[in-house]
Design a protein around this ligand. Structure first.
Ligand SMILES: Nc1ncnc2c1ncn2[C@@H]1O[C@H](COP(=O)(O)OP(=O)(O)O)[C@@H](O)[C@H]1O
Ligand SMILES: [Mg+2]
Length: 379
Protein backbone atom coordinates (compact mmCIF):
# COMPACT_ATOMS: atom_id res chain seq x y z
CA UNK A 1 0.00 0.00 0.00
CA UNK A 2 1.20 3.52 -0.71
CA UNK A 3 1.42 6.08 2.10
CA UNK A 4 -1.63 7.91 0.81
CA UNK A 5 -3.64 4.70 0.72
CA UNK A 6 -2.71 4.03 4.32
CA UNK A 7 -3.63 7.61 5.14
CA UNK A 8 -7.04 7.20 3.49
CA UNK A 9 -7.61 4.03 5.45
CA UNK A 10 -6.73 5.82 8.67
CA UNK A 11 -8.99 8.74 7.79
CA UNK A 12 -11.84 6.32 7.27
CA UNK A 13 -11.93 5.96 11.05
CA UNK A 14 -12.88 9.62 11.41
CA UNK A 15 -16.63 9.92 11.84
CA UNK A 16 -18.84 12.80 10.86
CA UNK A 17 -20.09 13.59 14.38
CA UNK A 18 -23.58 14.26 13.19
CA UNK A 19 -24.14 11.49 10.70
CA UNK A 20 -22.16 8.92 12.66
CA UNK A 21 -20.51 7.58 9.56
CA UNK A 22 -16.97 7.61 8.22
CA UNK A 23 -16.04 10.78 6.37
CA UNK A 24 -14.29 8.67 3.74
CA UNK A 25 -17.33 6.49 3.23
CA UNK A 26 -19.53 9.56 3.01
CA UNK A 27 -17.35 10.95 0.24
CA UNK A 28 -16.13 13.97 2.20
CA UNK A 29 -12.43 13.25 1.68
CA UNK A 30 -11.03 14.46 -1.62
CA UNK A 31 -7.45 14.39 -2.87
CA UNK A 32 -4.81 13.35 -0.33
CA UNK A 33 -1.08 12.89 -0.55
CA UNK A 34 1.97 12.23 1.59
CA UNK A 35 5.37 13.38 0.33
CA UNK A 36 8.88 12.05 1.06
CA UNK A 37 9.29 14.29 4.10
CA UNK A 38 6.11 13.06 5.73
CA UNK A 39 4.10 16.14 4.81
CA UNK A 40 0.47 15.16 4.29
CA UNK A 41 -2.04 17.20 2.30
CA UNK A 42 -5.69 16.40 2.92
CA UNK A 43 -8.78 17.88 1.27
CA UNK A 44 -12.02 17.56 3.17
CA UNK A 45 -15.38 18.89 2.00
CA UNK A 46 -18.13 19.64 4.52
CA UNK A 47 -21.88 19.72 4.01
CA UNK A 48 -22.08 23.37 5.14
CA UNK A 49 -19.52 25.94 6.17
CA UNK A 50 -19.33 27.66 9.53
CA UNK A 51 -20.64 25.04 11.90
CA UNK A 52 -19.27 24.20 15.35
CA UNK A 53 -18.66 20.61 14.29
CA UNK A 54 -16.17 21.78 11.72
CA UNK A 55 -13.52 22.26 14.42
CA UNK A 56 -14.05 18.74 15.63
CA UNK A 57 -13.75 17.22 12.17
CA UNK A 58 -10.58 19.24 11.55
CA UNK A 59 -9.11 18.10 14.82
CA UNK A 60 -9.99 14.46 14.20
CA UNK A 61 -8.55 14.48 10.70
CA UNK A 62 -5.29 16.00 11.89
CA UNK A 63 -5.07 13.58 14.75
CA UNK A 64 -5.80 10.56 12.57
CA UNK A 65 -3.20 11.64 10.01
CA UNK A 66 -0.54 12.32 12.64
CA UNK A 67 -1.16 8.94 14.24
CA UNK A 68 0.67 7.42 11.26
CA UNK A 69 4.39 7.07 11.85
CA UNK A 70 5.24 8.27 8.35
CA UNK A 71 3.29 11.52 8.73
CA UNK A 72 5.03 14.42 10.44
CA UNK A 73 2.93 17.39 9.35
CA UNK A 74 -0.56 17.90 8.00
CA UNK A 75 -1.92 20.57 5.71
CA UNK A 76 -5.68 20.56 5.71
CA UNK A 77 -7.95 22.21 3.14
CA UNK A 78 -11.57 22.46 4.14
CA UNK A 79 -14.07 22.96 1.33
CA UNK A 80 -17.80 22.57 0.86
CA UNK A 81 -19.63 19.90 -1.10
CA UNK A 82 -21.60 21.06 -4.11
CA UNK A 83 -25.31 20.28 -4.42
CA UNK A 84 -24.82 16.99 -6.29
CA UNK A 85 -22.16 15.77 -3.89
CA UNK A 86 -24.38 16.71 -0.97
CA UNK A 87 -27.29 14.78 -2.37
CA UNK A 88 -25.10 11.74 -2.84
CA UNK A 89 -23.74 12.13 0.70
CA UNK A 90 -27.23 12.19 2.19
CA UNK A 91 -28.13 9.10 0.18
CA UNK A 92 -25.09 7.28 1.56
CA UNK A 93 -25.79 8.54 5.09
CA UNK A 94 -29.31 7.11 4.92
CA UNK A 95 -28.03 3.73 3.73
CA UNK A 96 -25.39 3.67 6.47
CA UNK A 97 -27.95 4.62 9.10
CA UNK A 98 -30.23 1.77 8.04
CA UNK A 99 -27.34 -0.70 8.01
CA UNK A 100 -25.97 0.18 11.41
CA UNK A 101 -28.83 0.24 13.85
CA UNK A 102 -27.65 1.81 17.11
CA UNK A 103 -26.41 -0.70 19.63
CA UNK A 104 -27.26 1.43 22.60
CA UNK A 105 -29.97 3.75 23.82
CA UNK A 106 -27.52 6.66 24.01
CA UNK A 107 -28.81 9.06 21.33
CA UNK A 108 -26.21 9.65 18.67
CA UNK A 109 -26.74 13.37 18.99
CA UNK A 110 -25.59 13.28 22.64
CA UNK A 111 -21.88 14.04 22.97
CA UNK A 112 -20.11 11.47 25.14
CA UNK A 113 -17.23 12.74 27.26
CA UNK A 114 -14.95 10.38 29.12
CA UNK A 115 -13.06 11.98 31.99
CA UNK A 116 -9.70 10.26 32.07
CA UNK A 117 -6.26 10.51 33.61
CA UNK A 118 -3.16 8.43 33.94
CA UNK A 119 -3.39 8.21 37.70
CA UNK A 120 -5.81 8.41 40.58
CA UNK A 121 -6.47 11.24 42.95
CA UNK A 122 -6.17 14.00 40.37
CA UNK A 123 -9.82 15.00 40.67
CA UNK A 124 -11.61 13.13 37.86
CA UNK A 125 -14.65 12.28 39.95
CA UNK A 126 -14.84 15.74 41.50
CA UNK A 127 -14.68 17.33 38.06
CA UNK A 128 -17.25 14.91 36.62
CA UNK A 129 -19.76 15.70 39.36
CA UNK A 130 -19.23 19.46 39.23
CA UNK A 131 -19.34 19.53 35.45
CA UNK A 132 -22.52 17.44 35.41
CA UNK A 133 -24.17 20.00 37.70
CA UNK A 134 -22.96 22.98 35.71
CA UNK A 135 -24.23 21.46 32.44
CA UNK A 136 -27.54 20.40 34.00
CA UNK A 137 -28.06 23.92 35.34
CA UNK A 138 -28.31 25.14 31.75
CA UNK A 139 -31.48 23.07 31.41
CA UNK A 140 -30.02 19.92 29.87
CA UNK A 141 -30.35 16.30 30.93
CA UNK A 142 -26.91 14.98 31.76
CA UNK A 143 -26.25 11.27 31.95
CA UNK A 144 -23.45 10.32 34.33
CA UNK A 145 -21.91 6.89 34.17
CA UNK A 146 -19.55 5.94 36.94
CA UNK A 147 -17.28 3.46 35.19
CA UNK A 148 -14.97 3.28 38.20
CA UNK A 149 -16.28 -0.11 39.23
CA UNK A 150 -13.97 -0.53 42.23
CA UNK A 151 -13.57 3.03 43.32
CA UNK A 152 -17.08 4.31 42.59
CA UNK A 153 -17.78 7.63 44.21
CA UNK A 154 -20.35 9.47 42.13
CA UNK A 155 -23.44 8.48 44.06
CA UNK A 156 -21.88 10.12 47.10
CA UNK A 157 -20.51 13.13 45.21
CA UNK A 158 -23.85 13.79 43.52
CA UNK A 159 -25.89 13.07 46.63
CA UNK A 160 -27.88 10.37 44.84
CA UNK A 161 -28.97 7.18 46.48
CA UNK A 162 -31.69 4.68 45.78
CA UNK A 163 -32.67 1.56 43.94
CA UNK A 164 -32.01 1.21 40.24
CA UNK A 165 -35.33 0.14 38.74
CA UNK A 166 -35.72 -1.92 35.59
CA UNK A 167 -38.29 -1.12 32.94
CA UNK A 168 -38.67 -3.15 29.73
CA UNK A 169 -35.57 -5.05 30.71
CA UNK A 170 -33.48 -1.88 30.93
CA UNK A 171 -31.86 -0.34 33.98
CA UNK A 172 -33.33 3.07 34.67
CA UNK A 173 -30.66 5.51 35.82
CA UNK A 174 -31.40 7.33 39.05
CA UNK A 175 -32.58 10.91 38.59
CA UNK A 176 -32.07 14.18 40.37
CA UNK A 177 -33.40 17.57 39.32
CA UNK A 178 -30.78 20.32 39.10
CA UNK A 179 -32.01 23.81 38.31
CA UNK A 180 -33.95 23.59 35.06
CA UNK A 181 -32.17 20.38 34.12
CA UNK A 182 -31.61 16.86 35.39
CA UNK A 183 -28.85 14.43 36.18
CA UNK A 184 -29.26 10.72 35.51
CA UNK A 185 -26.78 8.40 37.18
CA UNK A 186 -25.69 4.80 36.98
CA UNK A 187 -22.93 3.65 39.27
CA UNK A 188 -21.77 0.40 40.77
CA UNK A 189 -22.30 2.18 44.06
CA UNK A 190 -26.05 1.91 43.46
CA UNK A 191 -25.99 -1.82 42.72
CA UNK A 192 -23.40 -3.58 44.80
CA UNK A 193 -21.59 -2.99 48.01
CA UNK A 194 -17.95 -2.11 47.86
CA UNK A 195 -16.67 -5.51 49.00
CA UNK A 196 -18.63 -7.29 46.32
CA UNK A 197 -17.31 -5.13 43.51
CA UNK A 198 -13.77 -5.56 44.76
CA UNK A 199 -13.89 -9.26 43.95
CA UNK A 200 -14.33 -8.49 40.30
CA UNK A 201 -11.45 -8.71 37.90
CA UNK A 202 -10.58 -7.72 34.35
CA UNK A 203 -13.25 -9.03 32.02
CA UNK A 204 -16.01 -8.88 34.61
CA UNK A 205 -15.32 -5.21 35.08
CA UNK A 206 -15.44 -4.58 31.35
CA UNK A 207 -18.67 -6.51 31.16
CA UNK A 208 -20.21 -4.49 33.95
CA UNK A 209 -19.29 -1.26 32.20
CA UNK A 210 -20.71 -2.56 28.91
CA UNK A 211 -23.95 -3.42 30.68
CA UNK A 212 -24.23 0.11 32.01
CA UNK A 213 -24.33 1.19 28.38
CA UNK A 214 -26.11 -1.68 26.62
CA UNK A 215 -28.69 -2.64 29.21
CA UNK A 216 -29.58 0.81 30.46
CA UNK A 217 -32.05 3.40 29.29
CA UNK A 218 -30.16 6.57 28.38
CA UNK A 219 -32.62 7.54 25.69
CA UNK A 220 -33.42 11.12 26.69
CA UNK A 221 -30.02 12.49 27.66
CA UNK A 222 -28.28 15.47 26.05
CA UNK A 223 -24.76 14.56 27.21
CA UNK A 224 -23.13 11.52 28.74
CA UNK A 225 -20.23 12.06 31.11
CA UNK A 226 -18.21 8.98 32.01
CA UNK A 227 -15.98 8.95 35.05
CA UNK A 228 -13.26 6.34 34.83
CA UNK A 229 -10.74 4.62 37.05
CA UNK A 230 -7.15 5.75 36.46
CA UNK A 231 -5.20 4.53 33.47
CA UNK A 232 -7.55 1.87 32.20
CA UNK A 233 -7.11 1.08 28.57
CA UNK A 234 -9.52 -1.86 28.53
CA UNK A 235 -12.45 0.12 29.81
CA UNK A 236 -11.72 2.95 27.40
CA UNK A 237 -11.68 0.46 24.52
CA UNK A 238 -14.94 -1.16 25.60
CA UNK A 239 -16.58 2.24 25.88
CA UNK A 240 -15.34 3.54 22.55
CA UNK A 241 -16.52 0.39 20.78
CA UNK A 242 -20.02 0.93 22.15
CA UNK A 243 -19.96 4.71 21.83
CA UNK A 244 -17.95 5.65 18.75
CA UNK A 245 -18.73 9.32 19.31
CA UNK A 246 -16.86 9.31 22.64
CA UNK A 247 -14.09 11.85 23.27
CA UNK A 248 -11.73 12.19 26.21
CA UNK A 249 -11.10 15.05 28.59
CA UNK A 250 -7.73 14.45 30.19
CA UNK A 251 -7.22 15.56 33.76
CA UNK A 252 -3.77 16.28 35.14
CA UNK A 253 -2.26 18.12 38.06
CA UNK A 254 0.30 20.85 37.36
CA UNK A 255 3.21 18.59 38.28
CA UNK A 256 5.46 17.53 35.44
CA UNK A 257 5.41 13.90 36.59
CA UNK A 258 1.61 13.83 36.48
CA UNK A 259 1.67 15.37 33.06
CA UNK A 260 3.97 12.58 31.82
CA UNK A 261 1.55 9.93 33.06
CA UNK A 262 -1.38 11.72 31.45
CA UNK A 263 0.56 11.94 28.18
CA UNK A 264 0.89 8.17 28.20
CA UNK A 265 -2.85 7.72 28.46
CA UNK A 266 -3.34 10.24 25.68
CA UNK A 267 -0.95 8.24 23.57
CA UNK A 268 -2.94 5.14 24.27
CA UNK A 269 -6.19 6.92 23.46
CA UNK A 270 -4.80 8.06 20.16
CA UNK A 271 -3.63 4.59 19.20
CA UNK A 272 -7.09 3.26 20.01
CA UNK A 273 -8.53 6.06 17.92
CA UNK A 274 -10.24 7.77 20.85
CA UNK A 275 -10.30 11.50 20.42
CA UNK A 276 -8.68 13.67 23.08
CA UNK A 277 -10.77 16.83 23.19
CA UNK A 278 -8.85 18.83 25.73
CA UNK A 279 -6.89 18.99 28.96
CA UNK A 280 -8.14 20.09 32.36
CA UNK A 281 -5.56 21.03 34.94
CA UNK A 282 -6.75 20.48 38.48
CA UNK A 283 -5.23 21.51 41.80
CA UNK A 284 -3.63 24.47 40.04
CA UNK A 285 -2.42 26.35 43.04
CA UNK A 286 -4.03 27.44 46.27
CA UNK A 287 -5.10 31.01 46.87
CA UNK A 288 -4.60 32.14 50.41
CA UNK A 289 -6.93 34.77 51.89
CA UNK A 290 -4.09 37.27 51.51
CA UNK A 291 -4.42 36.83 47.74
CA UNK A 292 -1.13 35.06 47.06
CA UNK A 293 -1.16 31.92 44.97
CA UNK A 294 0.82 28.96 46.25
CA UNK A 295 1.71 26.39 43.64
CA UNK A 296 1.59 23.38 45.93
CA UNK A 297 1.70 20.83 43.15
CA UNK A 298 4.02 22.53 40.70
CA UNK A 299 3.15 24.60 37.73
CA UNK A 300 2.54 24.42 33.99
CA UNK A 301 1.73 20.71 33.61
CA UNK A 302 -1.67 21.27 32.01
CA UNK A 303 -0.39 23.79 29.48
CA UNK A 304 2.59 21.59 28.59
CA UNK A 305 0.37 18.55 28.09
CA UNK A 306 -2.16 20.46 25.99
CA UNK A 307 0.60 21.86 23.79
CA UNK A 308 2.18 18.46 23.40
CA UNK A 309 -1.13 16.96 22.29
CA UNK A 310 -2.18 19.96 20.22
CA UNK A 311 -5.49 20.24 22.09
CA UNK A 312 -6.87 23.16 24.12
CA UNK A 313 -6.23 23.61 27.83
CA UNK A 314 -9.87 23.91 28.87
CA UNK A 315 -9.59 24.91 32.51
CA UNK A 316 -7.21 25.45 35.39
CA UNK A 317 -9.07 24.59 38.55
CA UNK A 318 -7.53 25.85 41.77
CA UNK A 319 -7.47 23.90 45.02
CA UNK A 320 -10.53 24.93 46.95
CA UNK A 321 -11.80 23.52 50.18
CA UNK A 322 -15.41 23.77 48.90
CA UNK A 323 -14.66 21.14 46.27
CA UNK A 324 -13.85 18.51 48.86
CA UNK A 325 -16.57 19.64 51.26
CA UNK A 326 -19.21 19.75 48.52
CA UNK A 327 -18.37 16.18 47.57
CA UNK A 328 -18.79 15.03 51.14
CA UNK A 329 -22.34 16.30 51.37
CA UNK A 330 -23.37 15.45 47.83
CA UNK A 331 -23.78 19.08 46.81
CA UNK A 332 -21.05 19.86 44.29
CA UNK A 333 -19.28 23.14 44.93
CA UNK A 334 -20.43 24.52 41.61
CA UNK A 335 -23.99 24.75 42.97
CA UNK A 336 -22.97 27.50 45.31
CA UNK A 337 -20.04 28.78 43.39
CA UNK A 338 -19.52 32.36 44.41
CA UNK A 339 -15.81 32.03 43.68
CA UNK A 340 -14.04 32.00 40.35
CA UNK A 341 -16.75 30.33 38.25
CA UNK A 342 -14.16 28.15 36.59
CA UNK A 343 -16.41 25.09 36.28
CA UNK A 344 -19.19 27.12 34.69
CA UNK A 345 -16.67 28.47 32.20
CA UNK A 346 -15.58 24.92 31.46
CA UNK A 347 -19.21 23.92 30.89
CA UNK A 348 -19.68 26.87 28.55
CA UNK A 349 -16.63 25.94 26.52
CA UNK A 350 -17.90 22.40 26.17
CA UNK A 351 -21.32 23.66 25.07
CA UNK A 352 -20.04 26.21 22.61
CA UNK A 353 -16.95 24.68 21.13
CA UNK A 354 -15.45 21.47 22.48
CA UNK A 355 -18.52 19.23 22.15
CA UNK A 356 -21.57 21.30 21.30
CA UNK A 357 -24.90 19.52 21.52
CA UNK A 358 -25.36 18.06 18.07
CA UNK A 359 -28.21 19.48 16.07
CA UNK A 360 -27.25 23.01 16.95
CA UNK A 361 -29.10 25.27 14.52
CA UNK A 362 -27.26 26.30 11.41
CA UNK A 363 -25.04 23.30 11.11
CA UNK A 364 -27.22 20.34 10.74
CA UNK A 365 -26.69 17.95 7.87
CA UNK A 366 -29.88 16.30 9.08
CA UNK A 367 -31.67 19.60 8.82
CA UNK A 368 -30.34 19.93 5.31
CA UNK A 369 -31.77 16.52 4.62
CA UNK A 370 -35.23 17.50 5.83
CA UNK A 371 -35.15 20.73 3.85
CA UNK A 372 -34.23 18.79 0.72
CA UNK A 373 -37.04 16.36 1.37
CA UNK A 374 -39.52 19.18 1.98
CA UNK A 375 -38.44 20.93 -1.20
CA UNK A 376 -38.63 17.60 -3.03
CA UNK A 377 -42.18 17.11 -1.79
CA UNK A 378 -43.18 20.52 -3.15
CA UNK A 379 -41.72 19.86 -6.59
N1 LIG B 1 -9.72 21.42 43.06
C1 LIG B 1 -9.78 20.75 44.21
N2 LIG B 1 -9.70 21.39 45.40
C2 LIG B 1 -9.74 20.72 46.56
N3 LIG B 1 -9.85 19.40 46.65
C3 LIG B 1 -9.92 18.67 45.52
C4 LIG B 1 -9.91 19.32 44.25
N4 LIG B 1 -10.02 18.34 43.30
C5 LIG B 1 -10.10 17.17 43.96
N5 LIG B 1 -10.03 17.36 45.29
C6 LIG B 1 -10.02 16.32 46.33
O1 LIG B 1 -9.01 15.39 45.98
C7 LIG B 1 -9.40 14.06 46.26
C8 LIG B 1 -9.32 13.22 45.02
O2 LIG B 1 -10.27 13.68 44.08
P1 LIG B 1 -11.12 12.70 43.17
O3 LIG B 1 -12.07 13.55 42.43
O4 LIG B 1 -11.67 11.58 43.96
O5 LIG B 1 -9.97 12.16 42.21
P2 LIG B 1 -9.97 10.92 41.20
O6 LIG B 1 -11.38 10.65 40.80
O7 LIG B 1 -9.12 11.38 40.04
O8 LIG B 1 -9.33 9.78 41.90
C9 LIG B 1 -10.82 14.16 46.85
O9 LIG B 1 -10.73 14.12 48.23
C10 LIG B 1 -11.31 15.52 46.38
O10 LIG B 1 -12.23 16.09 47.28
MG1 LIG C 1 -12.47 8.84 40.98
Amino acid sequence: MTSSEILRLRLSRVLDPELGASIVELGMVGAISVDQDGHAVVNVALTTTGCPLRAQIERDVREAALSLDEVTSVELFMGVLDATERASLMQKARTIAQRSAPQTSVPFRAPVLMIASGKGGVGKSSITSNLAFALAQTGLTIGVLDADIWGFSLSRLLGMRGEVAARNGKMQPLERAVGRGRIKLLSMGLLADEDQALLWRGLMVQKAVAQFIEDADWSDIDYLLIDTPPGTGDIAMTLSRLLPQMGQLLVTTPAVAAQRVAARSADFARKSNIRVLGVIENMSGLFCPCGTRHNLFGEGGGRALADELGVPLLAEIALRAEIGQGGDIGEPAVLHEAGDGVIHQLAQRILSDVAPPIGAPGCSARMLDSIERAVGALA
